[in-house]
Design a protein. Structure first.
Length: 273
């Protein structure tokens, strides 16, 4: 089906408050629009996401169909499409796949349809993806938002809200993956990545999946990383500072807030070296 045709159909669906057209079977139609989620047309990508997210949130799909869509989004042709590339258009397909996963997992929080083993598998794959994603661009001229890191963080937040205390090992794995991505030295984050990372941490904290001792040690570790050479050192320091500051203003635990202040002070001293 031609992109113009699909785009026109999606606009009609949006104009009718995202109702599924009478002559359309939602799940097969979803397979058609999933093929286009990596389009370099920003408006088209957003339109596809709006329709998919609305249908997912409103329970259009059966649980079996949601599991199928989840597996599709996690597959090498979607979340891992072109993984390891940096600066190519494949990032749009990966980022869009992560956004679809976030929508599905948010639905699971309200209406569970995954087993514990299936949820753990999804979590492990999303953690691995965050490590593997090398393209940290936020906005790309003439092509719009990429934000693969932001979308991955949102998916992890959705997962965190579904975990139980028996799955706490996944929480620690998420924190380590976040630390790794915060400390990348290729580009200063400028598209609220820090806020999205903070949401993951707070979701884990509020669910009681991480304890204060581990949290404190994790925070301190941000100033004990291996030294990078310039200009990567300044980029890493700036990304860490933005993230820890964002976290500081959201935490409610006084001990953690104190540890954040001390860590930020150490970072300021490091800047003067």
């Amino acid at each position: 089906m031609e992109q113009d045709t699909v785009q026109s159909e999606l606009r009609l669906i949006r104009d009718h408050r995202y109702a599924v057209p009478d002559d359309t079977d939602a799940y097969p139609y979803t397979q058609i629009i999933m093929e286009e989620i990596g389009s370099t047309d920003a408006d088209f990508r957003e339109l596809i996401y709006e329709v998919l997210a609305s249908w997912i949130a409103n329970g259009v799909f059966r649980h079996k169909e949601l599991r199928g869509l989840l597996l599709q989004a996690l597959s090498p042709d979607y979340l891992l499409y072109g993984i390891g590339e940096d600066g190519t258009d494949s990032v749009f397909r990966r980022a869009a796949s992560a956004s679809v996963l976030a929508a599905i997992l948010s639905f699971h929080e309200r209406d569970p349809f995954l087993s514990e083993e299936q949820l753990e598998s999804v979590a492990e794959q999303m953690i691995e993806y965050l490590y593997l994603e090398q393209d940290v661009r936020g906005y790309i001229k003439e092509k719009g938002k990429a934000q693969a890191v932001v979308q991955a963080a949102d998916a992890l937040t959705a997962i965190a809200r579904c975990l139980t205390k028996e799955q706490a090992s996944l929480a620690y794995a998420m924190l380590e993956a976040i630390k790794e991505k915060v400390c990348q030295g290729e580009q200063v984050y400028a598209h609220f990545e820090d806020e999205h990372f903070v949401r993951v941490v707070l979701a884990l904290w509020e669910k009681g999946l991480i304890n204060e001792m581990y949290m404190a040690a994790w925070i301190v570790n941000f100033v004990e990383l291996e030294e990078a050479v310039q200009p990567a050192r300044d980029i890493v320091t700036q990304n860490i500072k933005m993230f820890l500051r964002s976290l500081y203003f959201r935490v409610t635990d006084d001990n953690i807030a104190s540890m954040l202040r001390e860590t930020l002070q150490q970072l300021r001293l490091r800047e003067r070296e």
